[in-house]
Ligand binder design. Structure first.
Ligand SMILES: Cc1ncc(COP(=O)(O)O)c(C=O)c1O
Length: 370
C-alpha cells in the first residue's frame, strides 16, 4: 500500500465545505489584501501563542526578514543561529546584510546547543535565532541565559502550538522571545493554500514597526518612514487558516499518537534511534525524524515500496556553497554534520490510518531484518 510522506488531499477532504465557504466569502467581498480576515487570524494566533501582538505577512521567510529588520540588524552585525535547519533561517540573516554565525546543535533534540552559544558571542552579536526544529521548541530559557540582553528571534516555522515548561510553567512557541516567527507553508501543521507567515511579539513598539515594514515601511499610505517590503498576508489565506485553526490541536495530538506508535514499533531495534523529546517539551511533530544506520539504503528500500520519506536536511547550512565565504570547514559543527548523514523523516500526518502506520513500521523493521 502506498504511503506518501504527506497527504494534503486527505486533510482537505475532511474540511472542504468549511474552507470553500470561507474562501467564497472572501471572493464575494472582493477584499483580498489584509483587512478583516487577516486581523481576525492575527487575533486568533496571538491568543494561541499568548502574545500581545501578531502580524501576518507573506511567508515564514519574510517573517524572519521583517523580524531582523525590526531589530535594526544589518551590515556589520552578527546573528547566531543553527546550521541544522531550513535554509531561510540563515538566508534571511545574509539578506539583511548581516553575518550568520553557526553554533552546533544538541545531539538529542537537533536544536541549537545553548552551551555552545557563549563562545560565539562578540561585540557585533545583535541577535540569536534558535529554531524549534521538527515541532519541538528550543531550550529558549537556556539560550537567553547564555546571551543575556541579546534579542532572540524564535524561528517557530515548524512549531505552531508547541509548548515548553519554563520555570515550572508551560510557555507557547512564540510567547517568550523578542519576536517569534511562523510559516503557513502548506506542509506545516497549520498550512495555508499557498504561502503565508506570521510574527508575534509582546512589545508594542516592535509590533508597530513590523506592521509598517510589511507595507513598504509607511504607516500612512504613500508616506514612507523607512524602506520596507510588500509582505502582506492574503485575505484568502487568512480565511483558509481560520477555517483550519480550530482543528490544529487535534491534528497535533494525532501526530503525537502516531509518533508513539512508531516509537513502540521501533523500540529494541538497535539500528534506529527514535526522536528524543525533551521532557520539558510537548512537540507538535511536524516531522517524525529518526536516526538510522544505512540511511540511504533504507530510503531506497522504502521508496521501492511506495513509502514516502525525506531527508531534513542533507547538507547543514555552514557547508552550503553560498556560505563558503564564511570559512566553515567540515568538522566545524560535528553534531549537525552527523545528523545530516543519519536522519530520515517518515510519514506522520494526522490522517494516516492504522494500516498505513503498520505498513511503514513493518517495512522499516523488515529492512533491518526484524
Ligand atoms: C525552520 C524554518 N524556517 C523558515 C521557513 C520558511 O518558511 P516559508 O516557507 O513560509 O517561507 C521554514 C519553512 O519551510 C522552516 O521550516
Amino acid at each position: 500500500m502506498p504511503v506518501p510522506l504527506l497527504d494534503l488531499r486527505a486533510q482537505h477532504a475532511t474540511i472542504r465545505d468549511d474552507v470553500v465557504r470561507a474562501m467564497m466569502e472572501v471572493v464575494d467581498s472582493q477584499h483580498f489584501i489584509l483587512g478583516e480576515q487577516v486581523e481576525r487570524l492575527e487575533a486568533d494566533v496571538a491568543a494561541l501563542c499568548r502574545a500581545r501582538f501578531a502580524i501576518g505577512c507573506a511567508s515564514g521567510t519574510d517573517a524572519l526578514l521583517l523580524a531582523l529588520r525590526a531589530l535594526d540588524i544589518g551590515r556589520g552585525d552578527e546573528v547566531i543561529t543553527t546550521p541544522f535547519t531550513f535554509f531561510a533561517t540563515a538566508g534571511t540573516i545574509h539578506n539583511v546584510g548581516a553575518t550568520p554565525v553557526f553554533v552546533d546543535v544538541d545531539r538529542a533534540t537537533f536544536n541549537i546547543a545553548p552551551s555552545a552559544i557563549a563562545a560565539a558571542i562578540t561585540p557585533r552579536t545583535k541577535a540569536i535565532v534558535p529554531v524549534d526544529l521538527f515541532g519541538q521548541m528550543a531550550a529558549l530559557e537556556a539560550v537567553e541565559a547564555a546571551a543575556p540582553g541579546i534579542p532572540v528571534i524564535e524561528d517557530a516555522a515548524q512549531s505552531i502550538g508547541a509548548r515548553r515548561k519554563i520555570g515550572g510553567a508551560w510557555r507557547m512557541a512564540g510567547e517568550v522571545p523578542t519576536i517569534g516567527t511562523f510559516s503557513f507553508f502548506p506542509s506545516k501543521n497549520l498550512g495555508g493554500y499557498g504561502d503565508g507567515g506570521m510574527m508575534v511579539t509582546q512589545d508594542e513598539a516592535l509590533a508597530t514597526r513590523l506592521r509598517r515594514l510589511r507595507v513598504h515601511g509607511g504607516a500612512k499610505q504613500y508616506f514612507h518612514d523607512e524602506v520596507g517590503y510588500n509582505s502582506r498576508l492574503d485575505a484568502l489565506q487568512a480565511a483558509v487558516l481560520r477555517a483550519k485553526l480550530p482543528h490544529l490541536a487535534a491534528w497535533s495530538q494525532k501526530r503525537r499518537e502516531n509518533a508513539r506508535f512508531y516509537d513502540g514499533a521501533f523500540s529494541g531495534i538497535r539500528h534506529i534511534r527514535t526522536p528524543v523529546i525533551d521532557p520539558n517539551n510537548e512537540s507538535i511533530f511536524n516531522q517524525y525524524t529518526i536516526r538510522v544506520e544505512q540511511r540511504d539504503e533504507l530510503q531506497a528500500f522504502l521508496k521501492a515500496r511506495e513509502i514516502g520519506t525525506s531527508i531534513y536536511y542533507p547538507l547543514p547550512l555552514h557547508l552550503q556553497p553560498c556560505f563558503s565565504y564564511l570559512g566553515y570547514k567540515r568538522g566545524s559543527c560535528p553534531e549537525s554534520e552527523r545528523a545530516a548523514a543519519d536522519v530520515i523523516s517518515l510519514p506522520i500526518y494526522p490522517e494516516l490510518s492504522r494500516t498505513q502506520l503498520e505498513e511503514v513500521a513493518g517495512a522499516v523493521r523488515t529492512f533491518y531484518g526484524d
